[in-house]
Design a binder for this molecule. Sequence first.
Ligand SMILES: [Mg+2]
Length: 228
Amino acid sequence: MNKLKVIAFDADDTLWVNEPYFQEVEKKFCEMMEDYHPQHTISRELLKIEIANLSLYGYGVKGYILSMIEAALHISGKTLSIEAIQKILELGKEMLEKPIELLDGVEEVLQQLQGKYRLVVATKGDLLDQERKLKKSGLEKYFHHIEIMSDKQEADYQKLIRHLDIAPEEFMMIGNSLKSDVLPVLKLGGIGVHVPYHTTWAHETVEHKVEHENFYQFAHANEVLAVL
Ligand SMILES: [Mg+2]
């Protein structure tokens, strides 16, 4: 770990609460469309459309709103009322205005690491939304660099590591998603730290167990201090 120069943090469900807000809105959406299908069918339909749209819209609230409208049109056989579309837009705007709720240990770990390592945010999502959340969070001051990524695959991390002008073994990524925050970084030769959140978006879940010499798992982000 003595080579380590840069510690990158995922944002959503690593620094602050995110997924529960999506689930809350999904629940309202399913209730709204209940006349057409049972809620679990609607939920499955929405997920299918969201995933199909990822390559077009990317991650984040705006793409989610468009996917809800598309799912609603599909589910209703294009009989959806204008009022229902209005309601979906409102649900989306409410999401964008949610307060920022920091997760346990986050502020402490950033305070402790500040000045010792270059700290970076590496997140997916809408550019404007993530910038707004970072500002609202009060955490902006701890970071040297903010990277809003369109995806978090190996090639995306490779680009980031090159941009930071470091070698992969000098890079640590901390995040709640094994699939997006940990596995691609381990593959490149970096250090991957998994801090699971109690709930994960269905598209981000992975089944298998990770065993790797550069892999760590902690209940809270601040527990990483013990190995640095
Ligand atoms: Mg996350």
